[in-house]
Design a protein around this ligand. Structure first.
Ligand code: HXC
Length: 258
């Protein structure tokens, strides 16, 4: 499908999706969110794709939901259309791993989109924040929920109440991002992480996503039981036999997603 607000490239089993509304710092309007969700679903259904990277520009991953588009909406309108619910649900439903590669601003909905991904690699130029309070609203797609689980109550309250921005170093210290890399190397590092993931068994990658995400939804004992049962179930796969045989035979595993 042809897109206008994103650019999609598939190479070496990785789909690279670039948000591309440079005039609005990649603000997330209806068209961009729709195209992004469609591209993610296409990548999820494409056998050639084993991992997905979402990135923006040097200046902005995304500076938030599109304020121009939202500003005149009424309560009845946003409630009726259930604003941003579909984006949250459609991105959450993607089964293949998604890496957010963030340079520049990741604010409001931009920070929330990054948190909807499975992990975040940040350029040293990245700035994260939930400045919705400055607009007379609050975060609407995880900024008070996912962010709190990721960085704890104190820092989440600080960011959501003051609207200040957090740099990449602070974001790494706080546990929001998995690693910080020089801005020039951001996409290269994210693609290299994605290619490493693409070499694994897709069954194991799906299972990792399900198990880690389950930890946010349940108690420790239920989560451990879920993990153990999924771990047990992996012994029904050919990839488990291949992975362990390859280790013992001192060779690289050839996973077949079976
Ligand atoms: C619409 C936006 C935008 C946004 C920037 N632009 N952010 N348009 N929605 N969220 C547009 C500007 O209007 C401007 O367009 C152009 O992008 C460049 O932005 P500038 O402000 O001129 O750039 P700069 O001075 O470098 O400042 C960068 C900035 C600032 C600090 C990131 O743009 C900013 O504060 N943006 C808003 C950040 C924000 O409040 N985000 C939360 C949005 S609410 P023109 O046409 O004037 O050149 C939200 C709700 C989430 O996300 C709910 C669930 C998704």
């Amino acid at each position: 499908m042809a897109f206008e607000t994103i650019i999609v490239e598939v190479e070496d089993h990785v789909a690279l999706i670039r948000l591309n509304r440079p005039d609005a710092l990649n603000a997330l309007n209806t068209q961009l969110l729709g195209e992004l969700c469609t591209a993610l679903e296409e990548a999820d259904g494409n056998d050639k794709v084993r991992c997905i990277v979402i990135t923006g520009s040097d200046k902005a991953f995304a500076a938030g939901a599109d304020i121009r588009e939202m500003s005149e909406k009424t309560y009845v309108e946003v409630y009726s259309e259930n604003l941003f619910a579909a984006a949250n649900d459609r991105v959450s439903a993607i089964r293949k791993p998604i890496i957010a590669a963030v340079a520049g601003y990741a604010l409001g909905g931009g920070c929330e989109l990054a948190m909807l991904c499975d992990f975040i690699i940040a350029a040293d130029t990245a700035k994260f924040g939930q400045p919705e309070i400055n607009l007379g609203v609050i975060a609407g797609i995880g900024g008070t929920q996912r962010l709190t689980r990721l960085v704890g109550k104190s820092k989440s309250m600080d960011l959501n109440l003051t609207g200040r921005f957090m740099d990449a170093e602070e974001a790494e210290r706080a546990g929001l991002v998995s690693r910080v890399v020089p801005a020039k190397k951001l996409v290269e590092e994210a693609l290299s992480a994605a290619q490493k993931i693409a070499e694994k068994s897709m069954i194991s990658a799906f299972a990792v996503k399900e198990a880690v995400n389950r930890s946010y939804e349940t108690t420790l004992s239920e989560g451990l039981l879920f993990e153990r049962r999924v771990f047990h179930s992996m012994f029904a796969t050919e990839d488990q036999k291949e992975g362990m045989a390859a280790f013992l035979e001192k060779r690289a595993a050839q996973f077949r997603d079976k």
